[in-house]
Design a protein around this ligand. Structure first.
Ligand SMILES: [Zn+2]
Ligand SMILES: [Zn+2]
Length: 352
């Protein structure tokens, strides 16, 4: 595995930060762990993911510019990261989201505009929803305690003031967040999705325009089921296609669907499966396309009409003549062998 392939395997660009790389690697491990993923080839994919990650780590650790901080290197459990993780080092936020693709989009790559809103703690009140002022709490007049009557007013209990939490200072609802402690930010991003992404693949989309609220997106890919094609766990694209049985027998051309459109294919009466090379799913992310297998199912009418019956009768008679004329044909040889054996069976047993 070379460096380019290692980055492709993890679905990231070489510019990805060490911290982001680690988050993506953990996600992939979580998605492809054979304990959790029953897909054929999951364990092989998992090995590739780990190999790719090790390769990049070794490469980066070998250079002096390792930027991975202790907080990010602390755990090696392979557990998925939290879905939203503010990164205090650079003031950015990572937002996890999903993107649904058709199989064609996954095969050929596509561009998507993604938008949404994410909530983050209000900066004005540090997520508390209120601001503490210097003046005294109106409820407890600054004492931090309130008295409550108990036992029909004969006794008074002193309780901590609920409005100021007992510190006696006046609170005011935070204006910028309306007291909720959260602010929402809208994002809109045009994302180029490379060819060859699979179900569960996580794409890292770093914030591109500095100055705006910077939100890095982590997109998990979901590929929608296709009405015609199926994608095997090992990446082979398949289609099962009924064809007219007579067209198959006579080696006619038929139209077959491919991810890029319809295509002509010649049927062969000796073949049920046809391999269209380079028309399948990309073998690696952004890599060349693999093969596409078309399996045909010849279909004959449930009941031939009299006209068809007569035609078939003529066809069989004609081909029987050909069998008799050509003694080298397997069918002719078989018929003669059968005849000899059957004749011998009918002879009376000699030593009864
Ligand atoms: Zn108070
Ligand atoms: Zn606020």
């Amino acid at each position: 595995m070379d460096t380019r392939e290692a980055y492709q395997e993890l679905g990231v660009d070489p510019t990805v930060s060490d911290a982001e790389l680690k988050i993506i690697w953990r996600r992939l491990v979580a998605a492809w762990h054979p304990d959790r993923n029953a897909t054929v080839g999951a364990s092989r994919r998992m090995q590739h993911i780990n190999k790719a990650y090790q390769h990049i780590r070794q490469l980066r650790d070998g250079h002096s510019d390792a930027t991975d901080d202790a907080a990010h290197t602390g755990t090696q459990t392979g557990q998925p990261a939290a879905s939203e993780s503010p990164d205090p080092a650079c003031g950015r936020k990572t937002h996890a989201s999903t993107v649904g693709l058709s199989l064609e989009d996954a095969i050929l790559g596509c561009t998507r505009t993604l938008s949404g809103r994410i909530a983050h703690p209000c900066g004005a009140c540090v997520g508390k929803g209120q601001r503490v002022l210097a003046k005294a709490c109106l409820t407890c007049r600054g004492s931090g305690a309130v008295r409550k009557a108990a036992l029909f007013g004969w006794l008074w209990n002193e309780e901590s003031c609920a409005d100021c939490g007992g510190d006696g200072r006046h609170r005011e609802s935070c204006g910028p967040c309306g007291g909720s402690g959260e602010q929402t930010v809208a994002y809109r991003r045009r994302v180029r999705i490379p060819a060859g992404v699979r179900n569960g693949h996580v794409l890292s989309v770093p914030a591109s325009r500095p100055g705006e609220t910077e939100i890095d997106l982590e997109l998990e890919v979901t590929i929608e089921p296709h009405p015609l094609f199926t994608l095997d766990g090992d990446g082979l694209l398949r289609c099962e296609m009924p064809v007219n049985g007579y067209a198959w027998m006579s080696g006619r051309w038929v139209e077959v669907p491919t991810p890029t459109g319809m295509q002509q294919m010649r049927l062969n009466r000796n073949a049920m499966t046809y391999r269209l090379s380079g028309q399948g799913f990309p073998t690696t992310l952004r890599g060349p396309r693999g093969d596409y297998l078309v399996k045909i199912v010849p279909v004959f009418p449930a009941q031939d009409d009299p006209g068809q019956e007569a035609l078939l009768e003529a066809l069989i008679a004609k081909s029987n003549e050909a069998v008799k004329a050509d003694r080298s044909q397997p069918l002719g040889q078989w018929q003669r062998r059968l005849k000899r054996w059957n004749a011998r069976q009918k002879e009376p047993a000699r030593d009864a």
